[in-house]
Design a protein around this ligand. Structure first.
Ligand code: 5RP
Length: 231
């Protein structure tokens, strides 16, 4: 039996997402290793004549796309609508709720996702979970008052940790903010938790993506591609 590596599963899912890209589309470009596979494949199509405009969800993605000569919108430009966004995820539950932000790009990813007519997630099969919460939930917070924000997150029941760049320096997002990684354990009610966290003053964005996804493409170990459409 075929046994694909995680990287191969990611590639498979990314390649399947490309079938949804059409000429002249505005395409949201996700962040992370799975999204990178999609971006590289997309650049091949651009080279072959496909006309698209990409909207990057991070500085890293913008750099990659520029290097690969994918035409980009400056920031979000004035687009209120993006035709299609392809992005990765850290966990996907059976309702297609997500944890995202392992790569720190959750705020821009959520803005781009929220403007997208179609939001397609590409993952390897290890990302599928029955309940969200094993992967530490990234929460982007303002540097001002961050210790206090972190304590309020702890009061919600999480084990919390300020993400570090190195032993002395906190990690900074592309927006200049901090990330607090929160382990809640299995989440019984992700939509409520997302609202609770988002309502804390000092929180910029939370890596819970609730009811936003249209399609999850899963690259399976056995070489199949599973399509999970939102109800
Ligand atoms: C970045 C993200 C990524 O999509 C997520 O971390 C998955 O990354 P990878 O495809 O490398 O496993 O949310 O902020």
């Amino acid at each position: 039996m075929t046994k694909l590596s995680v990287e191969q599963q990611k590639f498979l899912a990314a390649a399947a997402a490309l079938t949804f890209v059409e000429n002249k589309m505005i395409v949201g470009l996700g962040t992370g290793s799975t999204a990178e596979f999609a971006i590289r494949l997309l650049s091949e199509e651009v080279k072959a004549g496909l006309k698209i405009t990409g909207v990057p969800t991070s500085v890293a993605t913008a750099k990659l796309a520029r290097r690969l000569k994918i035409p980009l919108a400056d920031d979000l430009g004035t687009f209120k609508k993006i035709d299609l966004t392809i992005d990765g995820a850290d966990e996907v539950d059976p309702q297609l709720n997500l944890i995202k932000g392992g790569g720190g790009a959750l705020a821009r990813e959520k803005i781009v996702a929220s403007r997208s007519d179609r939001f397609v997630i590409v993952v390897d099969e290890k990302k599928l979970v029955t309940q969200l919460g094993k992967f530490p939930l990234p929460v982007e917070v303002l540097p001002f008052g961050w210790r206090s924000t972190l304590e309020i997150l702890r009061d919600l029941g999480a084990r919390v940790k300020l993400r570090q760049k190195d032993a002395r320096t906190p990690y900074r997002t592309d927006n200049g903010n901090y990330i607090v990684d929160c382990v809640f354990g299995k989440m019984t009610n992700p939509p409520v938790l997302a609202q609770q966290i988002k309502s804390i003053a000092g929180v910029v964005e939370v890596g819970l993506f609730i009811s936003r996804v249209d399609l999850v493409l899963v690259g399976r170990r056995d070489g199949r591609i599973e399509e999970k459409w939102a109800a």
